[in-house]
Ligand binder design. Structure first.
Ligand code: GDG
Length: 745
């Protein structure tokens, strides 16, 4: 099986200088970690044995060089480049990705820009990536999309290839609902729908997963069951997979002669001073200024440490095209000058600040020699530096000070955790770290190392892919139940050949979509015509079997020859006959119950009551989805007390709670037609839990069809009401063909 990894940047960076092409490994945790894992998959005992990485090669490549670069990347690096011009990258990457999504998702709404032009470019680049994947993909491939630059891609791919296994991993935080909703409606809905195009959406922490699910519920009305979201065509699962690092590489780095050499150099430079280390990309999310303030306060409060401690701050240049980053750089320069000016002396520079990137060997060396890792981002999806620092402590010495707002804080409880906005706390944490006894350092690091070793980058990737493959298997099981192709052909043949046919059709959600209020979901003229035609065809009995009251059904379908079952089986009207109740029912319980239900309506804005002859329905489709969960469960509790000794049942429908007489169900209504008419062809279609009563009772030969992808006792499924309408049109076409044949004869 082949894995197609898709990310904004390839793990190889290509540069064109004076007509010459250079290839080098991209920096960043994912690029290095994942590429070393991917290179090892050939030799692992795992379903995936090959990979292709699709992405932007890191710079604009001139048209004349593209085929050469493409060929080299494919043959030597398993990469397929997506070439994008500087102009496009400017609006897409520096624009929408880094001026809109990055600040907003890291809780910096004041730095977020909302440019329609950038959004358009974001859509267009996602489309370009979609084309590149479609060009490369082969049957059976698994696609794994990475990060916030490509949030629309999963849905685009799903649309073109409904059966493709698609995973998406989100490397940055997913914000809380109140922050995410700041995006314009069209953007935020497209982003949620884009992500939900995946089979599996992964996040670093449980909180991010929950925030995402909450946004899906509140903004596009999609509920979830333990992280499984039922979308129109498939179920998308949201789950938590905290990324790991290449543990052995960092843990064993100090044995590498190159690293040893670097260690000697650093030790010479710092002598016996305690070294506090910070490593960040230049970014406002990393909290560099606050950290410097924390260090300054520490020096102010603890003069006994003057001359004995050094903060080594490595800042790696990044996104130099975004204005805000350059002004931040100036601020850091000023702060650094201030600290060294205020506290430094001829023999001591309290802050060693370097604005450049390091080789792996130099980085591993500073991890190894430093005493404290000061990792205090204001917000970070995960933060790999924290994990690398701890993994590098082969002898167990060293203390990690970590922000509680980094995703890594969830797994690194043994670190000294700080609120990066609390300068006092940061200064105190530095002091605490310097004073921490060696034994305690070793104890804490050993605990964290055990976890980092077990859940390393390979385990992370395999966990994600395994889950994706499991979802794929579930989906392919469901696909065999999809009413299409040969199954559909055979069913249409049976319909054609049947002499006595019964069509049992649910109404809401099956023949028409749900509307804000029940009265708005009227049948259109085309649907009525089709139903009439089918109902009047020789040998056919067409039954609308619904939870609606009989007056509504009568007003829509009365006089058409269509049979009807109202209130889930309480009332029945057979073709050409009068309405009658199937069994004697009481409704003297209604006034008292109505009071309870109305009390709940008062407490849930948007909710309303529908009164039927033998049922009361509490509708909450237009209400706040989260408050609804609470109110409905309170209402259920009240009702259960009241209905305990009465012949009543409580039923959860689609955004509705119904109280009705016990002993009434679609099973009773549907079976009445089956027992009386003895049909030789039966079709039963429905989308609701109430239809399940009937599906379960039907004989095995019946074509029972669930509308939607939820679990069901039905034999087959169709994605939505449109497909049901199309199926009825197919039956109708058979009748028309029969009629024209009969006319000819
Ligand atoms: C995203 C999320 C999430 C840094 N400087 C040098 C260097 N690095 C390496 C580090 C580390 C990586 O870059 C940075 O780690 P981050 O965790 O900050 O990852 P990003 O790729 O920036 O960001 C982040 C991550 O994705 C993974 O999901 O943790 O929250 O923002 O590996 O070692 N490497 C070398 N020289 C340097 O100067 N060689």
């Amino acid at each position: 099986m082949r894995l197609i990894v898709v990310s904004n940047r390839l793990h190889v960076t290509v540069e064109e200088k004076e007509g010459k092409i250079n290839y080098k490994q991209s920096s960043g945790g994912l690029a290095t970690g994942l590429s070393s894992y991917l290179d090892s998959i050939k030799d692992r005992d795992f379903e995936i044995s090959e990979y292709l990485w699709i992405g932007w090669p890191g710079s604009a490549i001139s048209a004349g060089k593209r085929s050469e670069v493409g060929a080299e990347l494919e043959s030597k690096y398993n990469c397929r480049p997506v070439f994008l011009s500087e102009k496009v990258m400017d609006k897409f990457y520096l624009g929408f990705c880094n001026k809109t999504i990055w600040p907003l998702f890291h809780y910096f709404p004041m730095l977020t820009s909302y440019s329609a032009e950038h959004w358009k470019q974001y859509i267009s680049v996602n489309e370009t990536f979609c084309e590149a994947v479609l060009e490369a993909v082969r049957p059976g491939d698994v696609v794994w999309v990475h990060d916030y630059q490509l949030m629309l891609l999963p849905a685009m791919l799903r649309k073109k290839m409904p059966g493709l296994a698609i995973g998406y991993f989100h490397h940055i935080p997913f914000p809380a609902f109140e922050v995410f909703r700041l995006l314009p409606r069209e953007w935020r809905n497209s982003i949620l729908e884009g992500l939900l195009g995946s089979d599996l959406v992964g996040f670093h922490t449980h909180d991010y997963t929950q925030y995402f699910l909450r946004c899906a519920l509140r903004m596009i009305g999609l509920e979830h069951n333990l992280g499984a979201v039922n979308c129109a065509s498939h179920t998308a699962i949201a789950d938590t997979f905290p990324i790991g690092i290449d543990y052995e590489k960092f843990n064993g780095a100090a044995q590498n002669p190159e690293v040893k050499k670097e260690i000697r150099e650093f030790k010479k430079a710092f002598g016996d001073k305690k070294v506090i280390l910070s490593v960040d990309r230049l970014d406002y999310t990393k909290g560099i200024i606050n950290r410097l303030k924390g260090y300054e306060l520490f020096l102010e409060r603890h003069p006994q440490w003057h001359g004995r401690v050094v903060l080594l701050s490595l800042v790696v240049p990044s996104r130099t095209g975004v204005d805000h980053y350059m002004s931040m750089k100036r601020q850091i320069d000023e702060m650094a000058g201030k600290i060294n000016g205020k506290f430094g002396s001829a023999g001591w520079t309290p802050l060693v600040y370097q604005f450049r990137s390091y080789s792996f060997e130099a980085l591993a060396a500073v991890y190894s020699i430093s005493d404290i890792g000061l990792v205090t981002p204001l917000r970070d999806g995960m933060n790999l530096v924290a994990k690398e620092f701890v993994a590098s402590k082969a002898d167990g010495r060293g203390v990690l000070v970590l922000s509680e707002t980094a995703g890594a804080a969830r797994e690194m409880g043994e670190a000294i955790q700080v609120n990066p906005n609390d300068i006092d706390e940061m200064a105190a944490a530095i002091k605490e770290a310097l004073d921490l006894p060696l034994e305690e350092q070793v104890r804490r690091n050993t605990q964290m190392q055990k976890r980092l070793k077990r859940y390393d980058i390979a385990r992370w990737a395999e966990d994600f892919i395994r889950k994706l493959l499991a979802v794929k298997i579930e989906r392919s099981k469901l696909e065999t139940k999809l009413l299409r192709g040969d199954i559909k052909k055979e069913m249409l043949e049976k319909y054609r050949g049947g002499g006595n046919r019964l069509l049992l059709l649910d109404y809401d959600g099956t023949l028409v979509p749900f509307a804000d209020s029940p009265e708005k979901a009227r049948p259109g003229s085309r649907l009525i015509e089709t139903l009439k035609k089918l109902s009047s065809a020789a040998g056919n009995d067409l039954v609308i079997i619904s939870g609606r009251d009989r007056h509504t059904l009568e007003s829509w379908f009365g006089g058409t020859g269509i049979s009807m079952v109202a209130e889930h089986g309480a009332w029945i009207c057979e073709k050409g006959r009068q309405w009658r109740s199937l069994k004697p029912l009481k409704n003297d319980w209604k006034p008292q119950l109505m009071q309870i239900v109305e009390r709940c309506v008062d407490r849930l804005p948007g909710a309303f009551v529908e009164e039927k002859e033998f049922a009361i329905v509490f509708h909450y489709r237009r209400s706040d989805p989260e408050l609804s969960v609470l109110r409905v469960s309170e209402l259920r509790d009240d009702l259960i007390n009241f209905t305990a000794n009465k012949e009543l049942q409580i039923l959860m429908g689609n955004k509705a709670l119904e109280i009705r007489c016990a002993g009434v169900s679609k099973e009773v209504g549907g079976m009445h037609f089956i027992v009386n008419n003895k049909p030789d062809f039966i079709l039963s279609v429905g989308d609701d839990v109430t239809d399940e009563d009937l599906f379960r009772a039907l004989p095995e030969t019946v074509y029972s069809v669930k509308v939607g992808v939820e679990r069901s006792s039905a034999r087959y499924y169709l994605p939505g009401f449109a497909e049901v309408n199309a199926l009825l049109e197919d039956f109708s076409a058979i009748e028309a063909a029969k009629k024209s044949e009969a006319d000819k004869n």
